[in-house]
Design a protein around this ligand. Structure first.
Ligand code: AMP
Length: 449
């Protein structure tokens, strides 16, 4: 009996799955199978190792028919060449008894060989976004036949700076298509991307449990602003016995850089930083020094911290409050490993209060609140995003601090409406509420003009 019996696979596909020797489908495979078959757009939050490649490949392969046409009908985008190779491998193991052609293309190797391979035709194309974009621009590849597009590890792709290529690739895709996306973490960038290119996607989250491990103790500090957070962190770090191996999470690269700069003065010799704008060598060195205990502190972004295998982290400091509660769970899971006791501290400003409450709701647990230590200085200096928006002619407005208030939270740019008098209304008249992907694309083109 086949453990994947309920999937109603063809005999060829079933045989290939049998040979892989899996006992049963993983949770993500069970969850997404029917939804992908139904043709709906899908957003899956799942990490590597959950079996997500087969989760999207099985329904896609059940659907795909033999064809002699040259242009690919299934496009799979992944961030790195290693993943291209791995995904092609997995697809080939599933298509062993099917007449389906699969091709992988990635950067860093001769493009001409890839162009020649494309001329032969393929059904499934697995690609990194940069090389794919180059091939399309060079007219070596047409995307008009793509019916299904999968983007895997979108968070990493966007963090690596592939937004431009991704956006352009999506503009080349036919409107009538199914879009499927997987990401391990939700970030603001990913959210915007979903908004732009997905139509009413089914959202499936796997692997994030809202139950933190019992051996992780949590607390939080209300903090006025960025530089006060720096002061508080420096104050905590003075206790070297307690804070032995500290992973500090910041959600944006630029902020991580500012924090690192601020820490350098007092803790420069014991602090490292990693994010995707740092070179690979720099990152490897920073992680090594932290892991070996040469550096006591490592500043990181959410996306970069994935895939790090760090031992004995004593403290996870959430220097900012993640907008997506799942990210908090990922972050704090970096401490308290292997039964050891771990500690985590969250800093939050008034603006981050809502995000903190969302985390508490997910965990069904109120993070114990600490008094702000009286010996820590409260900074008046504000970083640009903390300054009130300057929409009045009064030049003194900029130096006022943000007032506290339950209703105060920053709107996303796309949600900000400014009073533009009649012309705004006129513009809105030409804007069609998107019901189809074509409407979305038309609106985006209008916006760009
Ligand atoms: P992925 O999350 O796609 O990177 O897959 C991680 C690993 O899980 C791969 O090596 C797969 O071969 C394996 N895998 C996928 N599906 C299953 C399953 N149902 N049971 C056991 N292992 C699986």
């Amino acid at each position: 009996m086949n453990a994947f019996e309920n999937f109603n696979l063809s005999s060829q596909l079933s045989k290939a799955v049998d040979e892989l020797g899996f006992e049963k489908p993983t949770p993500i495979q069970t969850e997404v199978y029917n939804i992908i078959l139904s043709g709906k757009d899908v957003v899956g939050i799942a990490q590597t190792g959950t079996g997500k490649t087969f989760a999207y490949m099985l329904p896609l392969l059940r659907d795909i028919k033999f064809s002699k046409q040259v242009h690919p009908r299934v496009l799979i985008l992944v961030p790195t060449r290693e993943l291209v190779i791995q995904v092609v491998d997995q697809i080939e193991s599933l298509t062993k008894y099917l007449t389906i052609r699969t091709l992988g293309v990635f950067g860093g190797v001769n493009i001409n060989t890839q162009k020649q391979n494309l001329v032969q035709g393929t059904d499934i194309l697995v690609a990194t976004p940069g090389r794919l974009y180059d091939l399309v621009v060079a007219r070596a590849l047409q995307l008009k036949a793509v019916k299904k597009v999968v983007i895997d590890e979108v968070d990493i792709m966007l963090d690596l700076g592939f937004r431009f290529q991704l956006t352009n690739i999506f503009d080349f895709l036919p409107d009538r298509r199914q879009s499927i996306m997987f990401s391990a973490t939700m970030t603001d960038d990913v959210d915007v991307f979903i908004d732009d290119f997905f139509i009413a996607p089914a959202k499936i989250a796997i692997a994030v449990s809202g139950t933190p491990l019992n051996n992780i103790s949590q607390k939080c500090y209300p903090v006025k602003n960025f530089y006060t957070k720096v002061n508080l962190l420096m104050h905590l770090l003075t206790d070297k016995n307690e804070y032995q191996k500290v992973l500090v999470f910041v959600s944006k690269k630029k902020k991580a850089d500012s924090l690192f700069e601020a820490l350098e003065e007092n803790h420069g010799s014991e602090t490292g930083i990693i994010h995707s704008n740092k070179t690979q060598n720099y990152r490897i060195k920073a992680v090594k020094q932290f892991d070996k205990g040469i550096n006591r502190v490592l500043v990181t972004t959410d996306v970069m911290a994935r895939g790090l295998d760090l031992e004995n982290v004593t403290h996870v400091i959430n220097f900012d409050t993640p907008n997506f509660p799942e990210n908090y769970m990922h972050r704090i899971g970096r401490t308290g490993r292997a039964e050891k006791e771990g500690k985590t501290i969250l800093f939050y400003t008034t603006k981050e209060q809502d995000a903190k409450e969302a985390i508490e709701k997910l965990m069904d647990y109120e993070i114990p609140l600490m008094d702000f230590p009286s010996e820590v200085g409260i900074s008046k200096e504000l970083i640009p995003e903390e300054r009130p928006k300057d929409n009045s002619p009064n030049p003194n407005r900029n130096i006022k601090t943000v007032s506290r208030g339950a209703a105060f939270h920053e709107k996303k740019d796309k949600n900000k409406k400014t009073n533009q008098g009649g012309s705004y209304l006129r513009k809105m008249k030409t804007y069609k509420k998107p019901q189809t992907r074509g409407d979305k694309i038309m609106n985006r083109r209008k916006k760009r003009k």
